[in-house]
Design a protein around this ligand. Structure first.
Ligand code: GTP
Ligand code: MG
Length: 231
């Protein structure tokens, strides 16, 4: 992350803290500390989940001589987005409301080589005994009307601090390289943009068609791999 981004994030964090203090009437210094602490917990939880996937990737590459994971990306929701989402959803403005109501402050995106790797990795994660599964959305079996595909899991994992254990939520998104390319382009063009009804419906079918073509590619590639591996 570059210096400019650090400065911007620091500014946004201060804005969020000021805004929280106005609504809660809390003392600014302790609120600043609590906000930093909470964001640190989210960062730790994100790292923990990332490590779990890296371990699974290592283990699988030993067993199968190939890596199921292409890349892992992590992101913390920016203070502006946290504030925006709370306002949009009429959620009270407090740190405990953030913890209770927002599932995607910490996000981990795992880009996989093949469709069946997604299910294999998701099952492995969900069966680990320190992972609590709160919600699963299979947008691969049930794509969104625009064609969006991905496997989403909201989990809660314990963060061990020297004097306490705290459960923190993380949003995990698993998708193939092709699903990732489609989602990135669609996001850039359309997702949550204020585009007119007319343009929206004009582009919906074409986007969905692209998603189907892209999914057909995923299925074919998986078919080829299975032949090569003699499955
Ligand atoms: P958000 O309020 O956006 O977080 O969504 P949600 O709480 O309704 O949950 P959902 O599981 O539907 O979406 C979570 C995340 O998946 C989003 O924040 C996006 O990153 C991604 N996502 C969901 N739908 C789409 C879509 O149609 N296009 C793209 N590009 N990404 C999507
Ligand atoms: Mg989100």
């Amino acid at each position: 992350m570059d210096v400019m981004n650090d400065v911007l994030n620091e500014e946004a964090k201060i804005n969020l803290i000021n805004w929280l203090s106005k609504s809660s009437g809390g003392e600014l210094k302790s609120l600043a500390e609590e906000t930093s602490k909470l964001m640190t917990y989210y960062r730790c939880a994100m790292l923990e989940i990332e490590t779990k996937f890296r371990v699974l990737n290592e283990q699988f590459s030993l067993k199968q001589e190939r890596n199921p994971i292409e890349s892992i990306k992590t992101r913390l929701k920016s203070p502006q987005s946290i504030k925006g989402k709370l306002e949009r959803n009429n959620i009270p403005m407090s740190l405990s409301a953030i913890e209770e109501n927002l599932n995607d402050v910490a996000g981990v995106r795992v880009v996989c080589s093949f469709i069946d790797d997604i299910y294999m990795l998701a099952d492995c994660l969900m069966s680990q005994d320190d992972v609590k599964v709160l919600n699963v959305k299979d947008y691969i079996k049930n794509p969104k009307p625009n064609g969006y595909r991905s496997f989403h899991i909201i989990v809660e994992i314990p963060i061990f601090l020297c004097d306490e254990k705290k459960y923190i939520k993380v949003e995990v998104q698993l998708r193939t390289i092709n699903m990732e390319s489609w989602a990135k382009l669609e996001h850039r063009m359309r997702y949550k943009k204020n585009i007119s009804e007319e343009i929206f419906s004009k582009t919906q079918d074409a986007l969905q068609e692209c998603a189907e073509m892209s999914f057909a590619l995923d299925e074919k590639m998986q078919f080829i791999r299975k032949i090569i591996e003699g499955e």
